[in-house]
Design a protein around this ligand. Structure first.
Ligand SMILES: Cc1cc2nc3c(=O)[nH]c(=O)nc-3n(C[C@H](O)[C@H](O)[C@H](O)COP(=O)(O)OP(=O)(O)OC[C@H]3O[C@@H](n4cnc5c(N)ncnc54)[C@H](O)[C@@H]3O)c2cc1C
Length: 265
């Protein structure tokens, strides 16, 4: 049985943005701030609000994107290959509706694909487009503690969730990062313990899974959420279901990326 349903975006439309700032915030994370009049057309939903992000390829003079939120994919396929944009998925890291600005934290990983490479070169004035997709997180009002497990690609999601949860929420978040300097501070309920683990030379996700296996989840678990490298997301779910007897319907898990594989739209 599948986990909880996604929470749809509110009136999704293509939002055109312009790069305002681009900062290396830690060894593997670049924060790109985007803004523009169209930001206010997006409804902030908090939690792990994610979107499809359309970027100009380096050799293109201008960015061309599909126009229909409901049929963008066939539109994209109908475009001549040389005119197609790059498309990758990202999460809202910061949203300042009053200033019409939003931040995206890009993991600038080894073997950078088009998304990471775009973040490393995007200068002020560079245009990009997003299509809001809503939330994957959905605890559906389940009673009990929350458990979150992810890597740095899911750090924006876990931070956004922590900032959106009711202040009486309790639980644990395990976040694996490539380097201790990639650790970030964010607001969270007092009862939510964040455990940072460093990857070191291990395979992506292994350190977080080891931390998870050793966790004593004393009280009843209400809902679990896992995102990041594919094997981390599936491994979290498998451990919770097989070793801890958690009902699959209480678990949302999403492979954000796959080791050794480029994202294919
Ligand atoms: C709903 C959702 C939300 C997401 N939010 C974010 C976000 O806010 N920030 C973010 O950085 N990512 C986020 N991701 C993950 C991001 O979409 C992928 O990491 C994507 O593959 C990056 O594209 P790329 O072009 O850089 O690399 P790709 O072309 O997809 O891959 C090139 C190579 O890089 C490797 N690779 C890809 N991503 C990573 C990584 N994170 N670490 C190490 N190696 C990697 C691949 O295995 C491959 O070998 C999200 C994914 C989803 C599904």
């Amino acid at each position: 049985m599948a986990g909880p349903e996604r929470v749809a975006a509110v009136a999704p439309k293509f939002i055109e943005l312009e790069v305002l700032d681009n900062q290396q915030v830690s060894p593997h994370i670049r924060r790109v701030t985007l803004g523009g009049d169209e930001v206010s057309a997006m409804t902030p939903q908090g939690y792990d609000q994610w979107f499809r992000f359309f970027m100009r390829r380096e050799e293109q003079d201008e960015l061309r994107v599909p126009t229909s939120a409901s049929t963008w994919f066939p539109q994209y396929l109908a475009m001549r290959e040389a005119q197609r944009p790059w498309i990758r998925n990202y999460t809202v890291r910061g949203f300042r509706l009053d200033a019409s600005e939003l931040d995206i934290d890009f993991v600038c990983h080894e073997d950078p694909g088009p998304g990471a490479a775009w973040a490393m070169r995007a200068g002020r004035g560079e245009r990009a487009v997003l299509l809001d997709e809503g939330l994957l997180y959905n605890d559906d009002g389940l009673e009990g503690n929350v458990l979150m497990v992810g890597d740095e690609s899911a750090l924006p999601a876990i931070a956004g969730i922590c900032e959106s949860l009711d202040e009486r929420s309790r639980g644990v978040a395990v976040i694996e990062v490539g380097h201790r300097d990639d650790i970030q501070a964010f607001d969270r309920p007092d009862g939510l313990d964040v455990r940072w683990v460093e990857r070191g030379t291990a395979r992506a996700g292994d350190a977080a899974l080891e931390e998870l296996r050793g966790l004593s989840l004393a009280t009843e678990l209400g809902y679990a959420y896992s995102a990041g490298e594919q094997a981390l997301a599936t491994g979290t779910r498998r451990h919770l279901v097989r070793d801890r007897g958690i009902d699959k319907r209480r678990i949302t898990f999403t492979g954000y990326w796959k080791l050794g594989k480029s994202y294919v739209s």
